[in-house]
Ligand binder design. Structure first.
Ligand SMILES: Cc1cc2nc3c(=O)[nH]c(=O)nc-3n(C[C@H](O)[C@H](O)[C@H](O)COP(=O)(O)OP(=O)(O)OC[C@H]3O[C@@H](n4cnc5c(N)ncnc54)[C@H](O)[C@@H]3O)c2cc1C
Length: 442
């Protein structure tokens, strides 16, 4: 397993049911409790796990939800415990099942602890430099040499899975073995995040909720702000903006964005002087997918999963849940009697359908923003009309909001939103008057 982050940990858990020995290799030290890691710089920003993601993780590690809760993770229904605002108007509550709000290092540490407790799993520290292959089959990886060494340690394996994230070097690794790089698609979103942590008393709520997600859409300016209760008595507060409106490291910029947020309860973070951390930022340039299913030739013994296959605009919070679904596809592939002696084309074909749903959801929404460039999905205008309808309807009707959340949480396929009975309900709801709107900041 190349990469021991969320995708690598979940895929390794699946492999542990099928292999005598599973080795997880990561450039970072994987031992120990929750800690920020160089290899996962996004880990300092808000990281909600969707309801479908928690379901999948619980299936792989039975009892982990209770463990996360016992250690302070906020097990919360995103439709009820999280309040959703669009332009200051709140969507009605809609139950969909629990996800989790915690910091990213906390979630990773729990997954890691459970995985490495398995007798046939080991974690190794090292940066993968290239892959090795014999007779059309990948059979291992070579780590970068330590100081003075020209070549690092060679690791052997029957199956190599690339889970090294969005900066994966698989294109070069496959190229060096004489294979084509998978075709790439990208959508340049130019998103920026800025985040701070604040102290929280155990009973603190925001507007009665354990989290708030607020979106402000103005002509040509789209902003989002999020505050989630997380473990160890803290709020994680992230603000986001695009292109030339990306947040900066300046604490005044952070505060002024929150002061202007139409969700009144978020404004308290603008005035607080008790932040536990400085502002940290993240620049997310583009959503990228590698279409392995379109490769004409691939070596046997090689799979890929997680962000190494597809990385999406993080505002939809779907990355870790996608990684869990990819792990499930690896399980289905191995259970189907597949052999590591043949290229895993059927795995990559099935995976592309999992990726398609998420990719279409996130990229069609992104193309609403005029600065966004890239591979435009087909039927964009129609999807935009559908999105507009659902945005209006979800503010007015709890059942429509539930359907929308189930799609967003990857519990239901996006096509369901276009089913005639759902369309009629959404259309009727969209034409009802809107419940009261909170006053805007001046
Ligand atoms: C700002 C931001 C916010 C996000 N918020 C959310 C959210 O709210 N909810 C959500 O579900 N998702 C979110 N995501 C997406 C989420 O972070 C990823 O989808 C998820 O981490 C998938 O992880 P991965 O394991 O595929 O890759 P990564 O988490 O990027 O991990 C890659 C791993 O590979 C290792 N590695 C890399 N190269 C090598 C090498 N050559 N040799 C050895 N090891 C290597 C790294 O050290 C790292 O451990 C967010 C992403 C960003 C950027």
């Amino acid at each position: 397993m190349l990469g021991g982050s969320v995708a690598g940990l979940l895929a390794a858990r699946v492999l542990a049911d099928h292999a005598e020995e599973v080795m997880v290799v990561d450039r970072d030290e994987l031992a120990g409790g929750p800690a920020e890691r160089k290899g996962v710089p996004q880990g300092r920003h808000v990281h909600g796990l969707l309801a479908r993601g928690l379901e999948e993780i619980e299936r792989l590690f039975p009892g982990i939800t209770a463990e996360l809760a016992a250690d302070g993770g906020e097990i919360a229904d995103p439709g009820v415990d999280l309040h959703w605002y669009v332009g200051g108007a709140r969507k009605p509550p809609a139950e969909i099942g629990n996800g989790i709000a915690s910091t990213r290092p906390f979630l990773e540490a729990h997954l890691r602890r459970r995985l490495t407790a398995l007798p046939n799993v080991t974690a190794v520290r090292g940066r993968v430099d290239h892959l090795t292959a014999t007779g059309g089959k990948v059979d291992g990886a070579v780590l970068e040499g330590s100081a003075g060494a020209t070549e690092g340690e060679r690791l052997r394996g029957d199956l190599v899975v690339d889970c090294s994230g969005r900066t994966s070097r698989a294109d070069a690794w496959l190229g060096a073995l004489g294979y084509e790089a998978p075709p790439r698609r990208s959508v340049n979103v130019e998103l920026g995040y800025a985040t701070r942590l604040f102290p929280r008393q155990p009973d603190d709520r925001l507007d009665g909720a354990r989290g708030i997600l607020s979106i402000t859409e103005e002509p040509d300016r789209f902003r989002g702000s999020v505050a989630f209760a997380v473990e160890a008595g803290r709020w994680i507060v992230t603000v986001g903006g695009y292109h030339d409106d990306r947040p900066t490291l300046d604490p005044d910029d952070f505060s002024s964005r929150l002061a202007a947020d139409p969700a009144v309860a978020l404004r308290q973070f603008a005035d607080r002087d008790d932040a536990l951390t400085d502002v940290v930022t993240f620049r997310y340039a583009a959503s990228v997918r590698r279409d392995y299913h379109r490769c004409k030739r691939l070596p046997a013994g090689f799979l890929a999963a997680g962000d190494a296959v597809a990385s999406f605009n993080p505002i939809y919070g779907q990355g870790m849940t996608s990684a869990a679904l990819h792990a499930a596809e690896i399980g289905a592939y191995l259970a189907s009697g597949a052999t590591v002696l043949e290229p895993a084309m059927s795995y990559f074909r099935r995976l592309s359908s999992v990726v398609d749903s998420v990719w279409t959801l996130s990229t069609t929404a992104d193309f609403r923003l005029s600065h966004v460039t890239g591979d435009r999905p087909k039927g964009l205008w129609m999807t935009h009309r559908l999105n507009d309808l659902y945005t209006r309807a979800t503010l007015r009707d709890a059942d429509v909001h539930r359907l929308f959340l189930r799609v967003l949480n990857l519990q239901a396929r996006p096509e369901l939103m276009a089913r005639p009975d759902h369309l009629v309900r959404a259309w009727r709801a969209a034409h009802r008057p809107l419940p009261g709107i909170a006053p805007r900041a001046r």
